[in-house]
Design a protein around this ligand. Sequence first.
Ligand code: FES
Length: 130
Amino acid sequence: MAMTYSEKVRDHFAHPRNVGTIEDADGVGEVGNAVCGDIMKMYLKIDDGIITDAKFNTFGCGAAIATSSMATEMIRGKRIEEAEKLTNKAVVEALDGLPPVKLHCSVLAEEAVRAALEDYRSRNGNRSGT
Ligand code: FES
């Protein structure tokens, strides 16, 4: 059976937003999926508790690229506390769904955001940035 991807997933895969690295990032998170071997790296710039920039590099499948692209769009301009609540479910909903066998790819996006925020907090003595 052929898998169907929503228009939004295809758009974010073909034209991913915020691809790249941030040289002087305030938080960096790298996560991977041991089963498929895909890797996602997330870079955040945080100013006064607000995520002012987010970029990612994903070495992985199309769904992983689309979900990391959408996740960066969703956390930009958000407070750390809000970004920490980002779930893979919210990312999938924003993309109008993913085929069930690809849901694990969206978990990578949630984990990458969280890992980058944890890195920020550990660098800043667990402050929330406020
Ligand atoms: Fe590995 Fe999608 S198949 S993240």
